[in-house]
Design a protein around this ligand. Sequence first.
Ligand SMILES: [Zn+2]
Length: 153
Amino acid sequence: MSYTLDSNILINMERLYPRDIFPSLWTSIEGLVSQGEACICEAVLRELERGDDDLHIWAKNLHGFLCATHQDEVLTVAAITQAHPGWVSGTQNDADPWVIAHGLQEQRVVVTEETLKGPNTPDRKQKIPNVALEHGVPTMKFFGFVKAQGWSF
Ligand SMILES: [Zn+2]
């Protein structure tokens, strides 16, 4: 199974499991990336660019981590925006449709810390797992992802 990571996964790693304390978590992720099994899309890198410099530089320089946007992803994002016009506003949630579109494009599991919401959730409160489900894209939280690799630290 292969994965594409949402920005909140990397931001949480930096915040909760910093590399100086949890080095093997970071090298394990890097190992997965070198096997082509974990990636991020351009929108996630743009989101990281707005935050911590070290994290952004790490993600940018990690060979094979960043995937260029495929033309079909633009179409998926357009479809998502049409179905949920109130979801993305300004920079709020703006990477989310792209993460889903990238998961769909490369048949990857989206790893995100967002939680599935119940039915009739208004667009502005939509979450990645809900919209991903509409497109048949599986999602997983960080610990689920770590367990799926059989990692323990
Ligand atoms: Zn990718």
